[in-house]
Design a protein around this ligand. Structure first.
Ligand code: B4P
Length: 190
């Protein structure tokens, strides 16, 4: 079973690359950002609470996203593997994911981190904000807050996988195809 964590700051290209990877490798895409936006679109209580935080660029509580991922793993028992996109975003989430996968005897194969500088991230997200309709893409201050949340709470997750020898960092600047080929080479080495 192939279980890949795609890692990187907001706007690094995780969602973009996930779309291509699921096609090539037949994996299930688990994006906590997409799951939360779906809750918002359905107007659930969870979605309403999450929206308040997401619109400010703040992470939603660990318990909420861990529970969403747990349900999705249970609902896809026959999957060939998963791409975790935007999850885990804290060390607590990474620990919880290891436990969930341990009970299924299917550990994380590896983490691939997309390295992109802050100026490029801001430009990409503001560009996407022109037609994504996402409030968190529209405002430079919120984008900077998201990058700060990443540096404060998410960046340490890299160390969690480094200590398990499962971490690989690659350049996230270049064409979508070039980056896709680099990720593919890492996956094929597992
Ligand atoms: P996410 O939905 O995960 O959003 P993201 O990281 O900002 O975007 P993504 O990574 O998918 O975008 P991509 O780079 O592909 O999170 C949104 C919010 O949800 C968070 O702020 C948080 O509040 C909450 N949340 C989600 N998960 C959580 C968790 N686990 N715990 C707590 N809170 C959580 O693309 C960006 C743009 O770049 C696109 O327009 C794309 O076209 C462009 N792009 C991609 N690759 C490119 C390339 N190579 N060159 C140029 N442009 C490129």
């Amino acid at each position: 079973m192939l279980n890949l964590v795609l890692f990187g700051p907001p706007g690094a290209g995780k969602g973009t690359q996930s779309q291509k990877l699921i096609e090539k490798y037949g994996l299930i895409h688990l994006s906590t950002g997409d799951l939360l936006r779906s809750e918002i679109a359905q107007g659930t209580d969870l979605g309403l609470e999450a929206k308040k935080l997401m619109d400010q660029g703040i992470l939603v509580p660990d318990a909420v996203v861990i529970s969403m991922i747990s349900h999705k793993l249970d609902a896809n028992k026959e999957a060939k593997g998963f791409i975790f996109d935007g999850f885990p975003r804290t060390v607590a989430q990474a620990e919880a994911l290891d436990q969930l996968l341990e009970s299924k005897n299917a550990p994380i194969s590896g983490m691939v981190a997309l390295e992109v500088n802050d100026t490029e991230l801001e430009q990409r997200l503001l560009l996407r904000g022109k037609d994504s309709g996402r409030p968190d893409d529209a405002n430079p201050e919120v984008i900077r807050k998201r990058i700060k949340e990443y540096n404060d709470k998410t960046a340490p997750v890299a160390g969690f996988y480094q200590s398990q020898n499962k971490f690989k960092s690659i350049n996230g600047i270049g064409s979508v195809e070039e980056i896709f080929n680099t990720i593919g080479a890492v996956i094929d080495s597992y």
